[in-house]
Design a protein around this ligand. Structure first.
Ligand SMILES: Nc1ncnc2c1ncn2[C@@H]1O[C@H](COP(=O)(O)OP(=O)(O)OP(=O)(O)O)[C@@H](O)[C@H]1O
Ligand SMILES: [Mg+2]
Length: 244
């Protein structure tokens, strides 16, 4: 379980997070929406300790990650898969090396054992036999899948997705949404999905949170979101619909 309590973060004089409270239960898919620049990526980075809070707490299974040593933090991070905004693959490495990198550097696993994990994770994301391809030879959707396979390499309990469908066509976006659902069902992971794509919300979310002015403005089910009479949320949903 992830508990975010009164989380505050400023950059210079710019207050980005002004007291975020959000609890994410084990095994669910939590979607986070909100206007560009409202702090969604900053929030995700706090959850894996890439940024430290000015105030407040981020508890992962009851442990405050802001108080952890680098070693403890590293251990917790291994339990997280993170699909960054943009695929962030290493162009000089082939698919197998990209996916196996964390295992090669941080474990004593043999080459054949790593190859077996890579093959298994590629299978999970619906891509077989592309181990020897270079990222530059892959389509946008394939790159996302490969980076997802990479984030699954350490068998994480939590997967964080930052804009997983941005830049993909609607068919490919649907496939990535299906994959997010599939992984959540098969692996019983807890997923946090930041998205601009309102269709993704209805496709994958068990719960949805909307950020506004540095706080969680709304938290509920997708159905509660669509049925609300709140003008700010209605405007946000209407604008997003029109953009698509
Ligand atoms: N390391 C940093 N240093 C200074 N400012 C930052 C830093 N990281 C983020 N910001 C600022 O914090 C604000 C929130 O950024 P963030 O990337 O979280 O937005 P976002 O909600 O993810 O937007 P988008 O939907 O466009 O990805 C922005 O104004 C951004 O410029
Ligand atoms: Mg972002």
């Amino acid at each position: 379980m992830i508990e975010i309590k009164n989380l505050k973060k400023s950059f210079g004089s710019k207050e980005v997070l002004r007291g975020v409270d959000l609890t994410i239960d084990k095994g669910i898919t939590q979607v986070i929406i909100g206007r560009s620049g409202c702090g969604k990526s900053v929030l995700l980075k706090h959850i894996i300790g890439l940024l430290k809070p000015d105030e407040g707490e981020v508890l992962i299974d009851g442990e405050d990650i802001a108080k952890m040593s680098d070693k403890e933090l590293y251990k917790v991070r291994r339990n997280f898969g993170f699909l960054f905004q943009g695929a962030a693959l290493f162009d000089s490495m082939d698919v197998e090396e990209n996916i196996g990198l964390a295992l090669k550097e941080n474990t004593n696993m043999s080459k054949p054992d790593i190859a077996a994990v890579v093959a298994e994770k590629l299978e999970l994301v619906g891509l077989a036999d592309i181990q020897n391809m270079k990222p530059s030879d892959l389509s946008g959707g394939m790159k996302k899948r490969v980076s997802l396979a990479r984030s699954l390499a350490t068998n994480p309990e939590y997967i964080l997705y930052d804009e997983p469908t941005t830049g993909l066509d609607p068919v490919m976006s649907d496939q990535i949404d299906d994959l997010i659902k599939d992984l959540s069902d098969k692996l019983k992971v807890t997923s946090i999905v930041v998205t601009h794509d309102i269709f993704s919300v209805y496709d994958v979310a068990d719960r949805v949170a909307m950020m506004h002015e540095g706080k969680i403005y709304f938290e509920g089910t997708p159905k509660e979101l669509t049925e609300t009479n709140d003008q700010l949320i209605r405007d946000f949903l209407n604008r997003t619909d029109k953009k698509i």
